[in-house]
Design a protein around this ligand. Structure first.
Ligand SMILES: *Cc1c(COP(=O)(O)O)cnc(C)c1O
Length: 380
């Protein structure tokens, strides 16, 4: 199943050129000396981390960050040579594996630091240290700093390359909490500096903080969602556009009389003679069940409503008002004017989950100079 024609007609097309343009627009927006850390966790938010990473050169980004150690190893094993940062958490047993593969560990607390210090008895270890500036999830809290400082001082072969924190609500510019977090972070940095721990690298900004211009000169910015284009976003240095287009085709098209039921639970009944089209995609592919009777698709440049329940493998749409629709027509689930933001609102979530939710059953198709490269879990 290595050609598009042999593949199921439901697949996601990833525009690597658009990905590069988005990265460049964001990189150009950074202040003097600041650099991008491209966040490719969760398989590059469902887009395909390896394929995206191959487009990230050292002049574009300083590092790639993942959540899991496995995600970083996947990139290393695919030949990605950029510095890799694992945001973690990782287990004690994984530390050796990280070091052997030149993967920087983002240390998320004193317990993990103790494991890392153990490893640093036998070899040099470089880490980034995470501080909890108010989010309450990962990172060292202020009261733990004395203990952390003591451990670092007692471990000469441990090198702190960077210090970072994470914002809880940077996408709400009206929420003063981000400023409070920055204040807490600066205070903790000062305590560490006082103790002689003063690494060259600092980073706190996610996409929202970066687009708000909160990145400091010389800092890193850890950017994920903005690289993928959850919706078109215009900033001073250009426009960020969606990278992923999720498409399928009409496989069955029928005329139903007024008053006919459609789908499980008979939640939809036609109110007129209707043309109902069946699409080979469902919640097992990541098309959320909350989109039942509650979304639109794009077909022949027009929008058509999803009618009835989204089932595991099938979706039904009403194309009565798309008079020329026929079997085999391309149907866009995500793309054209339908953004991840729109689907997210309709399914009561965020664009991140829409992207991550597109399951492994959906092949990813990469356009490469006129030819296609398919990544499918069904490929041999
Ligand atoms: C996911 C993540 C990011 C990226 O966040 P976006 O909102 O996608 O830019 C940055 N830092 C950390 C610690 C993260 O977990």
């Amino acid at each position: 199943m290595s050609t598009l024609r042999e593949s199921r007609p439901t697949y996601a097309v990833i525009d690597l050129g658009q990905f590069e343009r988005n990265v460049d627009v964001i990189a150009r927006s950074l202040p003097e000396g600041a650099r991008l850390v491209a966040v490719l966790k969760a398989d590059g938010y469902g887009h395909g981390a390896v394929e995206l990473a191959k487009r990230l050169t050292a002049d574009r980004v300083a590092m790639i960050a993942t959540s899991l150690l496995e995600e970083a190893l996947e990139l290393r094993h695919a030949g990605i040579e950029l510095p890799l940062l694992v945001l973690g958490p990782i287990t004690r047993e994984q530390i050796r594996l990280a070091l052997d593969n030149r993967i920087t560990i983002g240390v998320i607390g004193p317990e993990e630091l103790a494991f890392v210090c153990d490893a640093a008895r036998e070899c040099d270890v470089a880490i980034h240290l995470k501080l909890d500036s108010g989010m309450g999830r990962m990172g060292v809290v202020e009261s733990e700093l004395p203990r952390v400082i003591e451990m670092i001082r007692a471990t000469p072969r441990l090198r702190i390359d960077g210090i970072y924190t994470h914002f809880a609500n940077a996408d709400d510019a009206a929420d003063p909490f981000t400023e409070i977090q920055i204040g807490n972070y600066d205070r903790m940095l000062a305590v560490l500096r006082e103790a002689g721990i003063d690494p060259p690298l600092h980073h706190f900004a996610n996409s929202a903080a970066t687009l708000r211009g909160l990145v400091r000169p010389g800092d890193f910015a850890r950017v994920g969602i903005a690289m993928y284009g959850p919706e078109p976003i215009t900033i001073a240095t250009g426009t960020i556009e969606p990278v992923l287009r999720w498409r399928t085709e009409i496989m069955r098209l029928k005329e139903l009389p007024a008053g006919h039921a459609v789908g499980y639970g008979t939640t939809f009944h036609t109110t007129r003679t209707s043309r109902i089209a069946t699409l080979p995609v469902g919640y097992a592919d990541g098309y959320d069940r909350l989109l039942s009777n509650n979304a639109e698709v794009s077909i022949r440049g027009k929008r058509a409503p999803v009618v009835g329940r989204v089932s595991m493998d099938l979706v039904t749409i009403d194309v009565t008002d798309v008079a020329d629709a026929v079997i085999g027509d391309e149907v866009i689930l995500l793309g054209d004017s339908i953004t991840a933001e729109e689907l997210a609102k309709r399914s009561q979530t965020i664009s991140y989950e829409v992207f991550c939710g597109i399951s492994a059953r959906v092949p990813r198709v990469y356009a490469e100079g006129g030819t296609f490269h398919i990544r499918s879990r069904f490929a041999e």
